[in-house]
Write a protein that binds this ligand. Structure first.
Ligand SMILES: Cc1cc2nc3c(=O)[nH]c(=O)nc-3n(C[C@H](O)[C@H](O)[C@H](O)COP(=O)(O)OP(=O)(O)OC[C@H]3O[C@@H](n4cnc5c(N)ncnc54)[C@H](O)[C@@H]3O)c2cc1C
Length: 388
């Protein structure tokens, strides 16, 4: 029987009104033309400070996909979810800014999250995005064999210092920190830096976690090589595995620039690599920690099976399930009820600044086959069950 079909459990924290609003939202998101128009409209309206725009966003996308405008405002959401067995990962979701002052501000915010989370059992990790700490173009250059100019060297050093600062604090407080993955052409620099930090801070347990996008060719081999290095170096490693969020962009760029696409040829290959990675990680659980970030029910079921197959505890401290706030509550809350470790990304930030994140979420829900239909059918089922 599908362990994720219980909608009463899935939506236990949603009021009747919440459910109706969510249904309306997903009905809008289901229409690609409307989502496309809405994305342009909202980004423009926020840019030019249209007075009504903030209110519209707040009552629709923001309300559904974010915990609040500040960390403090997320506390009720965090506590409510935790009371139902679901933990949170605070995700400061300000995107698309490339100024040094913004990077420094993001570091300060990440430091606040780490300090806050270290005292709160409902928040088992902190997280940051590489482009929150440095320019994409700089990562690309630092990861290639190109020489950096003197000013770029200094800029890169500042990026490294930012990573070091948050990872060192995480190590001191004993709170794991996850580094998201973004475009493949910047990932080599992120991987190298992550490996260095793992060596430094993961001597006793896994504090620094990387992310592997399984839609990329060769990531399973990369995982295996990371395990070997960790084994030889006597340190621990941890990875969030995801399928990957930039498929169209990756393929378009590869085609435009005339290099082979780094993306798997088809969905089945991505799925296969995802399953193989989970299997490999559980086989090597003494050395590797796993956070499986997916809304795919089959992948979540597969992990449940693997945990049983390897005779591991449901709440093994090195195995985590994860979804995004506002999506796949049927998976998250049913996993929580069954006693598995589950932590949802909980985005927050000033409404104006999280609009790019929010419109990306809407676009992803439009483009990931079946995602919106699934959310809608679960919402309809629960609305029917409640008779509202
Ligand atoms: C908690 C969490 C954290 C996340 N963090 C990150 C992150 O750091 N970096 C990041 O990039 N993404 C991240 N994501 C997003 C993730 O990568 C996926 O885009 C998203 O979750 C959809 O994949 P799925 O496994 O949930 O669903 P599914 O519907 O099973 O998979 C959809 C995904 O499959 C892949 N795919 C689809 N069609 C094809 C095809 N034809 N060929 C090859 N592959 C295909 C694509 O990756 C697509 O997004 C995160 C997701 C979650 C839940």
């Amino acid at each position: 029987m599908n362990p994720f079909s219980n909608t009463e459990t899935a939506f236990q924290l949603k009021s009747n009104q919440d459910l109706k609003k969510a249904k309306f939202l997903f009905l809008c998101i289901e229409k690609p033309a409307l989502t496309k128009f809405g994305t342009v409209f909202l980004n423009t309206a926020m840019k030019y400070n249209f007075p009504f725009a903030k209110g519209i966003v707040k009552d629709t996308l923001f309300r559904h996909f974010c915990g609040g405008e500040t960390m403090q405002k997320c506390i009720p959401v965090i506590q409510n979810m935790y009371s139902k067995g679901v933990s949170s990962i605070l995700d400061y979701s300000v995107e698309g800014k490339e100024e040094e002052a913004t990077f420094d501000h993001t570091v300060q915010e990440t430091v606040k999250i780490i300090n806050f989370a270290a005292d709160n059992p409902a928040i088992p990790f902190s997280v940051f995005k590489p482009t929150g700490f440095g320019r994409l173009g700089l990562y690309e250059k630092a990861g290639s064999q190109q020489l950096l100019s003197d000013s770029e060297k200094e800029e890169w050093q500042r990026v490294c210092n930012r990573y070091y600062q948050v990872c060192e604090l995480s190590h001191t407080l004993g709170l794991p920190i996850m580094i998201d993955a973004e475009e493949s052409w910047m990932q080599t620099a992120v991987d190298d830096l992550t490996e260095e930090l793992m060596k430094k801070f993961n001597q006793e347990k896994c504090i620094v976690w990387g992310t592997l996008q399984m839609y990329r060719k060769g990531r399973l081999d990369f995982l295996k090589s990371q395990r070997k290095k960790a084994e030889n170096g006597g340190y621990f490693i941890g990875f969030k595995i995801v399928r990957g969020a930039y498929m169209e962009k990756e393929r378009e760029r590869a085609q435009k620039m005339g290099y082979p696409s780094p993306i798997q040829p088809d969905k089945e290959s991505t799925d296969r690599q995802y399953d193989e990675a989970m299997n490999f990680m559980l086989q090597n659980i003494d050395r590797i920690s796993l956070y499986s970030g997916t809304h795919n029910e089959a992948s979540n079921e597969r992990l449940i099976e693997l945990i049983a197959q390897y005779g591991l505890k449901k709440n093994h401290p090195k195995i985590w399930f994860g979804q995004l706030y506002g999506m796949s509550d049927n998976i998250s809350f049913n996993l929580g009820k069954l006693g598995y470790n589950i932590a949802k990304y909980l985005p927050y930030g000033p409404i104006r600044n999280v609009v790019p994140y929010l419109t990306r979420r809407a676009e992803e829900n439009t483009s990931v086959a079946g995602q919106t239909g699934r959310e809608l059918s679960l919402l309809r089922k629960e609305i029917l069950r409640r008779g509202i």
